[in-house]
Design a protein around this ligand. Structure first.
Ligand SMILES: [Zn+2]
Length: 101
């Protein structure tokens, strides 16, 4: 087993309004997350979702094209995109949030 490392991920969601893919504006840290862009459904098939991922659910994303906010409920349309690998002790976990409105 390799030592535990946490990877930072940006969260992207397929837009209900325009059909594009937008960043949710949240960064999360995951152990054993996907090495490449992958949707939540595939990543955690048969496993329980970690709390960081559960917290994504119901989070509003702003569509930059239409200016509307939407909530993506389908885990197949929510993507984890690795930012870079880093060791667990470098940074505390501070989810970046876009504006809460
Ligand atoms: Zn959109």
């Amino acid at each position: 087993m390799s030592p535990i490392s946490m990877a930072q991920y940006d969260v992207y969601v397929t837009c209900n309004e325009c059909g594009g893919v937008h960043p949710m504006g949240m960064g999360i840290y995951l152990e054993n997350g996907p090495l490449d862009k992958q949707n939540i459904s595939d990543t955690y098939q048969g496993r329980s979702l970690p709390p960081q991922v559960q917290a994504i659910k119901g989070h509003k994303t702003l569509c930059l094209k239409t200016g509307k906010q939407f909530i993506q409920e389908d885990n197949r349309q929510v993507f984890l995109v690795p930012v870079k690998w880093k060791s667990a002790d470098l940074d505390p976990v501070f989810p970046r949030r876009s504006e809460d409105s």
